[in-house]
Design a protein around this ligand. Structure first.
Ligand code: IVH
Length: 670
């Protein structure tokens, strides 16, 4: 190693250490000035010797990298959310469920703060930061690595060699209250709209293209979940202690940020303490998370589709304020559903300025007995949109009259309908009512539906305005000649959009079905329907009875489907989609076998004929398991080009069979 190189290495190490002491331990040992001098020395050496560039270098903490499009990354394990409880009984029910699930009375829990930020999953390979991905929809998120590198309390290299070769750690990125206030003060100075709350600003900041802005925003992190892929820990608490030793910012038991508990009383002691003291914290929390401590117990309890059965969130009581109703307006959704909205005299509620609240439907308005200019009580619970929970009838003036619900669509003036047993009014004009037309296309192209790259709501609106489309099928007839004359449409973006539209023809049938936006046919229902009917023709000709026979499809969904497929306009649309070659048949996970059943694979390095992710999918398709690091449980290590020597050494030591791409092909009979 040259002198320069070793000085660079040494400086990086020292600076990383000072970052750790300052941002993670809150115990700096040198002055800011001394720190800056070391950083400048490193910066100079790096500038003069670009061959030693390292994206994990402390010089990169200030950002500078610009990410135009965040890449979508599939989570190795889904990022779940937690179910919520709001009172002692509900929490006691949870404890009872846990005990009965484990068939045991003594269970150890861990109580933690519920940080109000955004979830992140960070991967480390050979002790170095490699990737940070947002939660996204839970199964895939955005690669925001460049932005996360600027968060000083996220270690770029770990402080222990006893870490798995490759592992993921999850936690919450948040904006401390002080950073939030500073940022908003600055925004107001610059004549910009302030951010509503620290949570929104953390998530907005994390999605910024310019990482140097992210670096200046003062984001922070707490880690709460270690996924090592091996069995090195017996309990969650142990894993958090280890993560702390590895250099991560984890909750400090001395500050009572984390605690074990063995009974409802002990859990409530923690909850009550924080309900009282949470306002003194330098960051916002919206509740407490309670987790079963032992991994073996967690495994027994398992998961529902959305959340673990071994953990739950306790949400603090919502705050309530009083304000005056200015006006009720009506929104028309993509399915024509009408939502009344209360426009309020702006009021501060739990750190957010509230101007609007949802009123849900006509019954709700009647139930509240809402009158013009009433004083109302507004509450913010778990949901994002605040709700009106009551009316201050005493403050009502005698001339005020009850709110009259509209009879005609505010957008197209068609008479509204309300079907029997339904709470919502609808505008039946789904063909020419503007928000319905546009909303349907916006839904069609959305991420969970056709996920069309290069096309967003703004463009959809522009295409409508220019008369280029009237519905989603029209998208498939757009040409470069249509688009190029439009403002801000360069060749590149036109190309991207048309390629995106073309690529959407390969989107699986169940997502296409969801994309159609048939009333009550959400993602899960679409999947169920695709699975049972296999193709569009069969679904189209299914009778009400046949539809109801499908698990979890009730009469409401069934009749919505029948009337959709009886409608000439929908049929025309569907036929056009078919003629463009969209997927109207269910493709079963083709080629699935159990050839690899019982074997666990670790995949490492670069392969000639496969992307690494592809190889992992193939393993799962053939019934095998994929692990992230080599352990005693590993059956095969699939070694590609450039695999680290430590992985090989470990596999050899543990007697794990090391195979190459060719051997793997043989295993799956290829
Ligand atoms: S554990 C599988 N612990 O709350 C369990 N989550 O709705 C994963 N959160 O998405 C979550 N503080 O973003 C856990 N101490 C904590 C947390 C926490 C905040 C967030 C997290 C999650 C959401 C749950």
């Amino acid at each position: 190693m040259s002198d320069v190189q070793s000085r660079i290495t040494q400086l990086r190490k020292e600076l990383e250490e000072h970052n750790y002491r300052y941002y993670t331990l809150d115990q700096p040992s040198i002055s800011d000035r001394e720190f800056d001098e070391l950083l400048q020395e490193l910066q100079k050496l790096e500038d003069e010797n670009p061959q030693y560039f390292d994206e994990n270098s402390p010089t990169q903490r200030v950002g500078g990298q610009v990410t135009k499009n965040f890449e979508t990354v599939v989570h190795k394990r889904p990022m779940l959310s937690l179910s919520n409880t709001y009172n002692r009984e509900e929490l006691e029910d949870f404890i009872r469920r846990v005990k009965s699930g484990l068939e045991r009375e003594e269970v150890e829990f861990v109580c933690e703060l519920k940080y109000d930020g955004v979830a992140i999953g960070i991967t480390y390979e050979n002790g170095r930061f490699t990737q940070a991905v947002t939660r996204g929809d839970g199964s895939k998120g955005d690669d925001v690595s460049a932005n996360v590198r600027t968060i000083r309390s996220v270690p770029m290299s770990l402080r222990s060699s006893d870490v798995p070769d490759e592992f993921e750690i999850r936690g919450e990125i948040f904006m401390p209250t002080e950073s939030f206030q500073n940022m908003n003060a600055q925004r107001v100075d610059e004549g910009l709209e302030p951010f509503a709350n620290p949570r929104n600003s953390a998530s907005g900041t994390l999605k910024m293209q310019d990482s140097s802005i992210v670096a200046s925003r003062g984001l922070d992190i707490f880690l709460y979940f270690v996924l090592t892929g091996d069995k090195r820990f017996n309990t969650h608490y142990e894993s958090i202690e280890a993560a702390s030793n590895w250099g991560f910012k984890t909750p400090d038991p001395k500050k009572r940020y984390i605690e074990t508990a063995r009974s409802a009383d002990e859990i409530f002691d923690f909850i009550n303490y924080w309900d009282e003291h949470r306002r003194n914290l330098p960051f916002e929390i919206d509740g407490i998370v309670i987790k079963v401590n032992r991994y073996a117990d967690q495994e027994v309890l398992g998961y529902t589709a959305k959340s673990p059965r071994w953990a739950i969130a306790y949400k603090f009581k919502a705050e309530k304020v009083r304000t005056q109703l200015k006006e009720v307006t009506y929104q028309v959704g993509r399915t024509g559903a009408i939502t009344p909205v209360a426009n309020l005299e702006p009021v501060l509620l739990a750190g957010t300025i509230v101007k609007r609240a949802s009123l849900h439907n006509k019954d709700q308005i009647e139930k509240l007995n809402l009158h013009d200019y009433d004083y109302v009580f507004v509450e913010k619970g778990g949901e994002i949109i605040p709700k009106i929970v009551g009316v201050d009838e005493e403050a009502r003036t005698s001339e005020s009259t009850p709110i009259q619900y509209i009879t005609h669509c505010p957008e197209c003036d068609t008479e509204l309908v309300r079907e029997e047993g339904e709470a919502q009014h609808y505008c039946p004009n789904d063909i020419t009512c503007p928000p319905q037309q546009r909303g349907k296309v916006e839904h069609f192209i959305s991420r969970k539906a056709m996920d069309i790259d290069g096309l967003g709501s703004e463009t959809v609106n522009l295409l409508f305005d220019k008369g280029l489309i009237n519905n989603a099928a029209d998208l498939y007839e757009l040409t470069a000649d249509d688009l190029l004359p439009l403002d801000r449409f360069a060749e590149k973006s036109v190309d991207r959009m048309l390629t995106g539209i073309e690529a959407s023809k390969e989107i699986p049938f169940e997502r296409f079905l969801f994309a159609l936006g048939i009333r009550y046919v959400g993602e899960t229902v679409a999947k169920k329907l695709a699975k049972s009917f296999k193709n569009l023709e069969a679904l189209q000709s299914a009778s009400l009875e046949q539809l109801i026979e499908v698990d979890e499809i009730g009469e409401r969904i069934a009749s919505s489907l029948v009337s959709y497929f009886q409608d000439d306009k929908s049929l025309e649309l569907v036929n056009r989609f078919k003629s463009f070659g969209l997927q109207t048949e269910m493709i079963e996970a083709e080629g699935s076998t159990d050839r690899l059943a019982g074997s666990t694979f670790v995949v490492s390095g670069v392969f000639e004929n496969y992307e690494r992710e592809e190889l992992k999918k193939l393993i799962e398709l053939n019934g095998g398991k994929v692990a992230s690091s080599v352990s005693g449980k590993t059956t095969y290590l699939v070694a590609g080009e450039g695999m680290g020597p430590s992985k090989r050494a470990k596999a050899e030591k543990l007697g794990v069979q090391i195979i190459d791409e060719g051997d793997f092909n043989e295993l799956i009979g290829k």
